[in-house]
Design a protein around this ligand. Structure first.
Ligand SMILES: Cc1cc2nc3c(=O)[nH]c(=O)nc-3n(C[C@H](O)[C@H](O)[C@H](O)COP(=O)(O)O)c2cc1C
Length: 169
């Protein structure tokens, strides 16, 4: 049997290994701040409520995106296609700069999205709660658009896609 200290030390890593099995869609949060568009790759996006329509995602508590989101409260969330792995990789880098123009399209209200994404949400931040070392952000969905392209999926520390979208019989 493991001593208490060993259990405590190994627990977070065990949890990381367990959660790595969970396949998750890959999205990008985009926000316009001081004339430039900034983005970050996330896999924590979930649909939270239908009435009103709300989503939830989490960012680590020292994320550069928290201040940018707070400055405008209106931002975009783009679910990526399997063709957009390079965008996901770039926007997960800690030293990334603003997004290049050809990756971005903007709504009339200046909310940016990733061009050609699987689905795009225009949202308004409604709340934030620090939970552990992350901040859970809730946002109301103002508008939604989508395509039927193949999704980009992250599982077992690698990018994947679904070969075909078909029900299991
Ligand atoms: C597939 C994938 C999913 C990720 N999901 C999240 C997430 O949900 N929340 C988060 O804070 N970081 C997530 N990350 C890590 C961030 O993208 C990465 O740490 C980024 O550099 C954070 O930038 P920031 O410090 O400006 O927020 C994810 C990375 C990858 C590759």
């Amino acid at each position: 049997m493991k001593a208490t200290a060993d259990v405590a030390a190994s627990y977070p890593q065990d949890m990381v290994s367990a959660m790595a099995r969970l396949a998750a869609g890959v999205s990008v949060v985009t926000v316009k701040h001081r004339g430039a568009v900034w983005g970050v790759t996330i896999s924590s996006l979930i649909s939270l409520s239908l009435h009103p329509p709300m989503v939830l995602f989490s960012l680590h508590d020292h994320s550069s995106m928290l201040e940018r989101i707070d400055a405008t409260r209106h931002f975009g969330i783009s679910m990526l296609t399997a063709e957009q792995k390079d965008i996901a990789t770039e926007l997960a880098r800690g030293d990334r700069g603003p997004l290049p123009d050809h990756w971005v399209q903007c709504s009339n209200g200046e909310v940016p999205w990733i061009t050609g994404a699987l689905a795009q949400l225009q949202v308004r931040k409604t709340g934030a709660m620090t939970l552990g070392d992350h901040v859970a952000i809730t946002a109301q969905v103002v508008s939604s658009r989508w395509t039927d392209a193949a999704p980009l999926v992250y599982q077992l520390r690698g990018y994947r896609t679904l070969k075909e979208i078909s029900p299991i019989r």
